[in-house]
Write a protein that binds this ligand. Structure first.
Ligand code: ZN
Length: 364
């Protein structure tokens, strides 16, 4: 018996719109460029944003290097990146507030808003937090999708370069504002990207005197330029602690902003903190630390604050006010910009320490 082949029916296929992106292509080092990724489609309450600039974060470095944290957290295949500015391209049918054409950034921590912390003003520590570029597709791409609630319209007087890094700047603002620095002496331990932002934010927020420590002389020099009265090389040992104490009536600083995550810096920082002082901890130690609670916290009666993300959206309003005050100096912290396709050079510039904050120019 013979079968007669039917002529193939030609179904017209409209090609899905695509975009360029950087994604985690394997469980190992690096990221890969894809010029043909499917463009994300916004859900009913989502906003589709055309990305203009995106900041490279320390977190992206962990993802690039594929360290233990990244290997345990990051799904292979994901589009990375979580700091950006862009323009709304399209909105889902249930979006009520925003329209295409608006220049925006976004809070990258997405929650359903239903757990205890979300319902009591602490959504930044919600149990169901999913982060763009970490748990779901991020912004090293022509397009990114976020829920309407996460959109942050950018004030017209804030330049794109700054609007691209509101996420880390918000970490610095959250740390400074939680500790309370007005008319108080402050030690910033670790002046990497967020530590340097912390210096200019603390100055703008009314800190009386800012002391800094780090192991990088260039960063220490920049911290001084941004307003630190003293910047100490922590590699030279604990000698600076007596200098700080001498300068603060023999008591120690009122506030410690811990931005390094280094065990030795943490211990030095607490030694330089006065009894009854406040320590706000943002730096993430790579492993468990050995720390004398009796000496550093209990007997001293210190207040210790863990800082995670940005308060939604109190931190964002405070950050906008500080930016509009004209008192934040960010130009020398955002050192380099590269086109998206030049991402390998961009990451190298950041990872070697040649650049401080490095921004990818994604679109026009
Ligand atoms: Zn970041």
């Amino acid at each position: 018996m013979t079968t007669i082949a039917k002529p193939a029916v030609q179904v017209p296929v409209t090609p899905k719109p695509t975009m360029r992106c950087l994604y985690k292509h394997h469980a190992g080092v690096g990221l890969k460029f894809d010029g043909q990724r499917n463009r994300p489609v916004p859900g009913p309450r989502d906003v589709l944003i055309r990305v203009k600039k995106a900041g490279i974060c320390g977190t992206d470095r962990h993802i690039w290097e594929w360290d233990q944290w990244a290997a345990g957290r990051i799904p292979v295949g994901i589009v990375t990146g979580h700091e950006f500015v862009g323009t709304i391209e399209a909105v889902g049918p249930a979006v009520t507030k925003y329209q295409p054409g608006l220049r925006v950034s976004a809070e990258g921590h997405i929650t359903a808003g239903l757990d205890y912390n979300s319902r009591t003003g602490n959504a930044h520590i919600a149990s169901d937090t999913r982060i763009i570029g970490i748990d779901r597709d991020g912004c090293f791409a022509d397009y990114v999708v976020v829920p309407e609630e996460n959109v942050w319209p950018v004030h017209p007087s804030i330049p794109d370069k700054v609007a691209a890094v509101l996420d880390p700047l918000g970490n610095a603002v959250h740390t400074v504002m939680a500790a309370g620095v007005s008319a108080r002496s402050v030690l910033v331990s670790g002046v990497g990207i967020i530590g340097l932002m912390g210096v200019t934010v603390a100055k703008a927020a009314g800190a009386s005197r800012i002391f800094c420590t780090d192991v990088n002389p260039a960063r220490l020099a920049l911290a001084r330029k941004l307003g630190a009265v003293e910047a100490y090389d922590a590699r030279k040992g604990d000698g600076f602690i007596s200098d700080v104490r001498r300068a603060t009536r023999g008591e120690g600083v009122d506030v410690l902003l811990e931005m390094s995550g280094a065990e030795s810096a943490m211990i030095q920082g607490f030694r330089a903190l006065r009894s009854g002082g406040t320590a706000a901890l943002l730096g993430l130690p790579a492993k468990q630390v050995t720390f004398d609670f009796n000496e550093h916290i209990i007997f001293k009666g210190c207040t210790v604050l863990g800082i995670n993300g940005r308060k939604m959206f109190e931190t964002w309003y405070q950050m906008e006010e500080l930016l509009l005050s004209g008192r934040l100096e960010l130009d020398e912290i955002i050192t380099h910009e590269f086109p998206l396709e030049d991402f390998e050079r961009a990451f190298r510039t950041m990872m070697t320490g040649e650049g401080i904050k490095v921004v990818l120019n994604v679109g026009a």
